[in-house]
Design a protein around this ligand. Structure first.
Ligand code: BGC
Length: 280
């Protein structure tokens, strides 16, 4: 049997690895999603910038994508609402004609102690963080399975990247809804990956640790909070959104073509039991 050649889009300097590909990033108007959208554009992809509330921020991300020389499109949709998700993917079909990469990034927190947590707090987090990833992945899968394959552009028929969290693994008191949603993302990702791989579709997760974004401002804004946070991060610095974007570009590219059903932790060692550095 002849070995398939490495596709020409694997460049040693990493540039243009996503040339000719269409990506959709949910929750891309700020934070990690914004950095991923820009990172994918820098790697050569055209990008659908999904947002739910802040149109101005989303338009700004589209402007950055266009300044890089790629096409960008801001599309409003609540990822937890089936009809809105279907409309967003329909819009992507109309404008770009296909989809190669989905990044399930949209996510939120509604923190409360267990006994104070309302059903609304629970439902909102599960709906956006887990159901949202299901709805978007389902739409992407339907397209990846039926659209024309382009082996000269990417070896895979499609790539899905789920943005999970270290809390798919680390229990988090006061955040049971959030941790449960991310634990759900782990099993959804792995089950979907099993189903998708025979179709040449790769599904993986990135699990960010503490990244400097609005979602966890309280954890890094003051010197005291930052010092507390660093007790949990052996590498000694907070993560930046660009740390996650770099991982997303790699997982979307053929450089990771043999990587399937994996969670890539990008956390400065947060999941490496820092409390056990001494003692135990
Ligand atoms: C959460 C952040 C938190 C980080 C590390 C993330 O998934 O959204 O609020 O700082 O995990 O605990």
């Amino acid at each position: 049997m002849t070995q398939p050649e490495v596709s020409p889009n694997v460049q040693s300097d990493g540039s243009g690895v996503l040339a000719g590909q269409i990506a959709l990033v949910t929750g891309a108007s700020s934070g990690i999603g914004r950095a991923i959208a820009i990172g994918l554009a820098q790697a050569g992809a055209d990008v659908v910038v999904n947002y739910v509330a802040n149109e101005d921020e989303a338009s700004e991300v589209v402007r950055v994508v266009e300044a890089i020389g790629r096409r960008g499109l801001a599309v409003r949709a609540d990822v937890g609402q089936e009809a809105q998700v279907q409309e967003m993917f329909g819009r992507t079909d109309d404008v770009f004609g296909r989809l190669d990469i989905l990044v399930n990034n949209a996510g939120l927190q509604r923190d409360a102690s267990f006994t104070d947590m309302t059903l609304a707090d629970w439902d909102t987090v599960l709906r956006v963080n887990l159901t949202g990833q299901f709805l978007c992945s389902r739409e992407a899968m339907r397209r990846f399975k039926t659209q024309e394959r382009r082996p000269q552009v990417s070896r895979a028929a499609g790539k899905i990247i789920c943005v999970s969290s270290v809390h798919e693994k680390i229990a988090w008191a006061g955040h049971a809804n959030y941790a449960a949603s991310k634990g759900g993302v782990l099993m959804m990702m792995q089950s979907l990956a099993q189903e998708a791989a025979p179709f040449g579709i790769r599904v993986n997760s990135i699990a960010p640790g503490a990244i400097r974004t609005p979602i966890n401002r309280e954890a890094w804004e003051t010197d005291e909070a930052y010092a507390e946070l660093m007790k949990l991060v052996p590498y000694g610095r907070i993560g930046e959104p660009e740390d996650i974007a770099a991982a997303a570009v790699w997982l979307a590219s053929d450089a990771s073509d043999y990587v399937v059903a994996t969670t890539l932790f990008v956390d400065g060692g947060m999941t490496n039991y820092p409390a056990f550095a001494h003692g135990g």
